[in-house]
Ligand binder design. Structure first.
Ligand SMILES: [Fe+2]
Ligand SMILES: [Fe+2]
Length: 266
């Protein structure tokens, strides 16, 4: 039987094109414990570190964005309460991913103090949400991408991600953020002025949300798949997202934005 390192090297030999032809048969199916992490090939270590760092960055970036302007200006006490809860949960998600980073001798504490312009993903590179309708669209669209990202990590080859108390809890909290955004967008759509504002916010955030999945031709995306660190290609995850969110947009009486308009990463 091959040890972890040899299996890793074997998989690393497959060029991207071959993997596409071979399909999922080439996926690395070992489960790596923290104690085995330093024995895995450098590429595996680099991808796990990158994946955890980006996720931690998105979590703390969301907390900053929600807190920047609207925490004390939310329209009602109930909204303020919901927003407080969401911010706390995003900080807690950061804390959980940072704990995993520390377990592999990395540290994401510097992400706490980063300028928003230096965040990994464009959607998180804003210092605040200009209008309340942006808050609702952000929860409805961007937190939903967060949920999709987290679902990619289910049954990961990096065993600590499979702790029972980790992903199921975070995904359930993200689902509640999305549901909050959806209900608030629906409230906005109750009158023509609110609907027009909701449409504008939707048009601003929809391309950023789709871009969060990355380029369809990304080579790194195949490496994540080969190493058992993600389950879908960028294009597949984006397509699933579009199929889920578009009917919800239509049901609110809003116009579905053009999938290609304003996009940076196709
Ligand atoms: Fe989160
Ligand atoms: Fe969230």
């Amino acid at each position: 039987m091959l040890n972890v390192k040899d299996r890793g090297n074997l998989i690393a030999q497959f060029p991207e094109e071959d993997f596409a032809k071979k399909g999922l048969g080439a996926v690395f199916r070992e489960k790596i414990r923290v104690t085995e992490f330093r024995d895995t090939p450098p590429e595996y270590q680099e991808l796990v570190t990158r994946l955890l760092t980006i996720q931690a960055d998105c979590e703390i970036g969301s907390a900053h964005i929600y807190g920047a302007k609207w925490l004390l200006r939310a329209p009602t006490a109930d909204d303020m309460h919901q927003l407080s809860r969401m911010i706390s949960e995003e900080v807690d998600h950061f804390r959980k991913f940072n704990r995993l980073l520390k377990e592999i001798s990395a540290d994401g504490m510097q992400l706490l103090r980063k300028e928003s312009s230096e965040r990994f993903l464009d959607a998180l590179k804003v210092s605040e949400l200009p209008t309340w309708s942006d808050v609702t669209a952000f929860s409805f669209l961007i937190d939903r991408v967060g949920k999709y990202q987290l679902e990619e990590f289910l049954d990961s080859s990096f065993l600590p991600l499979n702790e029972a108390a980790l992903l199921p809890v975070i995904i359930s909290e993200e689902s509640q953020h999305v549901a909050y955004g959806q209900s608030k967008m629906m409230d906005l759509c109750a009158d023509p002025k609110g609907r027009a504002e909701a449409q504008q916010a939707l048009n601003r955030w929809y391309p950023l949300a789709l871009d969060m999945f990355g380029r369809s031709s990304s080579r790194r995306c195949w490496r994540y798949l080969e190493w058992g660190l993600k389950r879908r290609t960028n294009a597949e995850a984006r397509r699933d997202y579009i199929e889920e969110v578009n009917p919800q947009i239509a049901a609110m009486g809003l116009e579905i934005p053009d999938e290609t308009a304003g996009r940076k990463y196709m």
